[in-house]
Ligand binder design. Structure first.
Ligand SMILES: *[C@@H]1O[C@H](CO)[C@@H](O)[C@H](O)[C@H]1NC(C)=O
Ligand SMILES: *[C@@H]1O[C@H](CO)[C@@H](O)[C@H](O)[C@H]1NC(C)=O
Length: 386
């Protein structure tokens, strides 16, 4: 018996050792789902938006709208290099790809193209998410297959669809992310910033309505319910907060309301082409205003528009084209949009709710120049000198 017992405990010890060794050797979890995003110890959360990479096959892909002198030394690898540089400089907390990540029509292998397109984000180990544009599905994979693949890539928080709405929601790539208060602070379990990602589709499937697709009623219903739940959780114990936590929405195709602005009426940035929205207005802007939590909407799709304009308290912002295989404007640098949310520091020195949300763009020039820095939203009336 005694002998047996020793054997057992030796065996147990062996198992435990193997288990511990296994833990140490275990690869970084390949899926980020179930993990939590939080504000940093500096009270900040920074988001990098990458709009319209239009990635194809890497080194053999030619660049659109670059100077003739640059044409022969330009490919998708320039898109990759730009992303690597802007990530290294800005060190965002989250990278958001707002669709047309790959330009399906020219892609030989959608999986390889996506792997290459997202590679700098994956290599950075920074959490990232993606939604689809109208071009991603133009090679062999359907929109559902594309999202199914994306959600399995390392460090992504992307979802195919929210479990509670998967049975009724239109599209693939609708989900939300909750950005919690600073770790070890009283708000570490509260979502202080709510991010919504939506599938704005590709083309209208209604024969009498030509053109681009739109955000459907089912998606707006899910947004409404999610926004209401988040507000309830924001207001309830522990550490109940007043009002609603601000939200940001990211998708590909602009809402018809983006057409309200030209370069003059925009707050910052330019319009250089028409807004390529759906021909009908499905009412998502009205839904957002009615709920009141989303302070800014970020889209891509129209590569040479990069403005933000404010309508009924909501900023409508373009990312500006990022990729070199996407059409652009010769001499007008490819660009990326950065958004930063800052928390209020309370008298006690601990971090509170959101103080402000700001944005700027980075150009793909030698210095990665910053342009068009602007305030998108402030929580408190500005107290000058404080
Ligand atoms: C693309 O990258 C190559 C290699 O770094 C560089 O020489 C070229 O100028 C870049 N092209 C553009 C349009 O930025
Ligand atoms: C969403 O909620 C708003 C106000 O709470 C309401 O006006 C709108 O009809 C709702 N939309 C949908 C699709 O449920």
């Amino acid at each position: 018996m005694a002998d047996n017992k020793t054997k057992t405990s030796l065996f147990d010890f062996f198992l435990l050792s193997m288990f511990l060794v296994g833990l140490c050797l275990a690869p970084v979890p390949s899926s980020a789902q179930g993990q939590k995003l939080s504000f940093g110890l500096n009270g900040q959360f920074k988001i990098l938006q990458v709009a319209d990479m239009h990635y194809a096959n890497g080194a053999s892909t030619w660049c659109k709208d670059v100077r003739l002198s640059q044409l022969f030394q330009c490919s998708d690898l320039n898109t990759t290099a730009f992303m690597t540089r802007v990530i290294a400089l800005e060190k965002p907390d989250l990278i958001v790809f707002t669709g047309d990540n790959i330009y399906g029509y020219d892609v030989k292998d959608a999986v390889k193209s996506m792997d290459a397109a997202f590679a700098p984000a994956i290599a950075s180990k920074i959490p990232w998410v993606a939604v689809l544009g109208n071009h991603d599905q133009e090679s062999k994979l359907t929109r559902q297959e594309l999202m199914n693949y994306i959600v399995k890539l390392p460090n992504t928080f992307s979802q195919v669809n929210p479990p509670e709405a998967a049975h009724y929601i239109d599209g693939f790539g609708n989900y939300n992310l909750e950005i919690h208060g600073v770790a070890e602070s009283s708000l570490q379990e509260k979502s202080l910033l709510n991010l919504y990602f939506l599938d704005s589709g590709d083309y209208s499937s209604v024969p009498s309505i030509k053109g681009y697709d739109w955000i459907k009623t089912s998606q707006q219903l899910w947004y409404n319910q999610t926004s209401k739940r988040l507000q309830r959780e924001y207001n309830e114990e522990p550490s109940p907060q007043q009002g609603t936590a601000p939200g940001l929405a990211y998708f590909h195709i602009p809402l018809p309301e983006f057409a309200n602005f030209d370069t003059k009426s925009a707050t910052k940035g330019v319009r250089q082409e028409a807004t390529g929205s759906a021909k009908i207005n499905s009412g998502f802007f009205t839904t957002l205003v009615a709920r009141g939590d989303v302070k800014s909407v970020f889209v891509g799709h129209d590569h040479v528009n990069d403005f933000c304009g404010e309508l009924q308290g909501v900023n409508l912002c373009y990312g500006g084209g990022f990729g070199y295989h996407a059409y652009g404007k010769t001499g007008w640098a490819r660009r990326a949009r950065i958004v930063v949310a800052d928390l209020n520091k309370k008298g006690t020195g601990s971090w509170g709710d959101i103080k402000s949300i700001q944005t700027w763009k980075r150009l793909d020039d030698e210095q990665l120049s910053v342009i068009d820095a602007q305030m998108l939203w402030t929580n408190s009336p500005s107290r000058s000198g404080v």
